[in-house]
Design a protein around this ligand. Structure first.
Ligand code: NA7
Length: 542
């Protein structure tokens, strides 16, 4: 008999809910978490300025109406400490701690075909067996530091935003270099600029950013939302992005230009990225339509930044709006009006080396006391690749995915029975409100495991055919949009040598949910369920 019914890898939003849902289904569950606390992304990314870019009312669990009513968010866009407090509250409230083991990294998971169990090894040297493995290891866990020559010789401290010292960093009076201007760089920069004597922002690609207009939550608005929260959650589940976004429902190119400007300005004043992307139906599929919003944002940058040569450098041209994560900040562009902030264009003059005293580009040397890397993650697959996962006949997952990740519905991959991926490649995941997608996946996986065990099966495995067909659908949908036009982490472009395969599913969380439900209703179509009595095996489904 296996030690556990289910091993859950990771205790972020996904792992926490997986423990609760699987345990509520009567299963013996244990989650292993490498961090010294729960929270995943929200545990590790404790850099100053870290804030969720999805509103707190949306970026929260919906599985418990009681939790939903009890908890009050203080801000429209919650800062990292508040999200972490929320997750710890959830673990307390549902008594999850006994089934979560902190400070323990899963290093290997090996499928044993004879006994239909996973052998899971952790870095404390213990090996446990489990009938199922649920990989809740996160889409943005494996952080990346660029291989810049000389970094080890740097005399000052350097940090990656995703491994920020928990006690904080004092930059007062220091000359600081920041590499990376994605969502993270844009959040951390104004915080560093507040204290540093000089901040050099090394920008390779200019990015679009819209205001947050962050504010404290109005108690009256909270009361009225809570009165119809259930209904609101249903709207979120059926939506494209996992957040109900009121759009005009019309294509921008058919709209009078003055109306378009009014719509954009209204959304700019109210803040938030999703309202922009959802404003018109053609913004993410037609480049000319997208140019209207791109130019609107560039105009706001030119208006905000006093030095027009700096403003032009900050204007993004390299990709359509939304094809990379649309950043959000209330003070990033205005920060460049401060005399202690310098924008350095490392597209035209690339970084060549770090020396003991600073950073050199092909045209200049910058003396620095500290360096900060906000250089992103090996997204979607990085955390899985770090674990030695071996399926049927010892096949390594990394080997199977040499040409790019493939997973049926983004939830299971052929050759790896009884292993489920939460928000895996091929699911809406990072292109949606992650909490909505996580809940949907965890509930679907819990039901699937219940079906397997209830039917007396020992194994469930995605078929190669179903996986291939789903993968083709994911790519077809992606290439009917503007998303593949960006060198983004969605397509693996940020990691040297990573195969370029568009990983998330753009079809929308509502249609995706319907598809997953249909698969389940059809007896887990596209999966093979097997009773493995060593010699006698019975196959159904498929
Ligand atoms: P991102 O979005 O991957 O951004 C990383 C940034 O780092 C981006 O500006 C990169 O420029 C830059 N970068 C990476 N390597 C280098 C080197 N070698 N030289 C110069 N600049 C470099 O990561 P984030 O942490 O900001 O955001 C990740 C997600 O977290 C975000 O999308 C939200 O979902 C939350 P590039 O664009 O590649 O030219």
């Amino acid at each position: 008999m296996a030690d556990l019914d289910v091993v859950v890898v990771g205790a972020g939003f996904a792992g926490i809910y997986a423990v609760h849902a699987l345990r509520s289904a009567g299963l013996r569950v244990r989650a292993f978490e490498a961090g010294s606390g729960i929270g995943g992304t929200w545990f590790w990314n404790c850099y100053p300025g870290a804030r969720c870019d999805v509103e707190s009312k949306d970026y929260s669990y919906s599985f418990s109406p009681e939790l939903e009513q009890e908890w009050s968010w203080s801000e429209r866009y919650p800062a990292q400490p508040e999200v972490l407090r929320y997750l710890n509250h959830v673990a307390d409230r549902f008594g999850l701690w006994p089934d979560i083991q902190l400070n323990t990294r899963v290093t290997a998971a090996v499928w044993d075909s004879a006994d239909s169990v996973w052998s899971v090894t952790t870095d404390d040297g213990v090996v446990r067996t489990a009938r199922f493995c649920v990989m809740a290891s996160g889409c943005l866990s494996e952080y990346q530091v660029p291989a810049i020559p000389g970094l080890s010789s740097f005399r000052g401290p350097w940090y990656h935003t995703s491994r920020w010292p928990r006690e904080g960093v004092d930059f007062t009076g220091l000359r600081v270099g920041l590499v990376g201007t994605g969502s993270t760089g844009i959040q951390v920069a104004p915080e560093i600029a507040r204290d540093a004597s000089q901040l050099y922002v090394f920008q390779r690609t200019a990015n679009f950013a819209v205001p947050n207009r962050n504010a404290t939550v109005d108690p009256e608005a909270e009361r009225s939302l809570k009165a119809r929260y259930r209904e609101y959650r249903e709207e979120a589940r059926a939506s494209l992005l996992g957040v109900p976004v009121p759009g005009t429902g019309r294509p921008v190119l058919a709209e009078p230009p003055q109306d378009v400007q009014r719509t954009y300005m209204d959304r700019w004043q109210r803040g938030g990225g999703m309202p922009f992307l959802g404003a018109y139906t053609d913004l993410l599929v037609d480049r000319a339509a997208n140019d209207t919003v791109a130019e609107f944002i560039r105009d706001r940058i030119r208006e905000t930044v006093a030095d027009q040569s700096v403003a032009e450098l900050l204007c993004p041209w390299a990709y359509p709006v939304g094809a990379k994560r649309l950043c959000q900040s209330d003070d990033y562009f205005a920060m460049f009006n401060s005399p202690n902030v310098t924008l350095v264009d490392v597209r035209s003059s690339p970084i060549t080396e770090v020396t003991p005293d600073g950073l050199r580009t092909s045209s200049e040397f910058y003396a620095l006391d500290a360096l900060v890397f906000a250089t992103g993650f090996d997204a979607m697959t990085g955390a899985l690749a770090r674990i030695d996962i071996r399926g049927v006949d010892g096949l390594a997952l990394t080997e199977k995915w040499t040409a790019g990740p493939r997973a049926y519905l983004g939830v299971a991959t052929a050759g790896f029975p009884n292993m489920f991926l939460v928000t895996g490649p091929g699911s809406p995941s990072v292109l949606s409100n992650m909490v909505v997608s996580i809940e949907q996946h965890v509930e679907w996986i819990t039901a699937c495991i219940g079906h397997v065990l209830g039917g007396g099966y020992t194994q469930v495995e995605a078929t190669a055919e179903a996986e291939k067909a789903w993968g083709e659908h994911v790519i077809e949908v992606a290439y009917s949009t503007l998303f593949p036009m960006a060198d983004s982490w969605y397509i693996g472009a940020n990691i040297p040598g990573k195969p370029r395969v568009f990983a998330p599913y753009i079809g929308g969380v509502g249609p995706y949910r319907e598809r997953c439900d249909a698969v389940a209703s059809a007896g887990y179509e596209g999966f093979v369920l097997t009773v493995s009595l060593r010699f006698l095996s019975r196959e159904v489904g498929g």
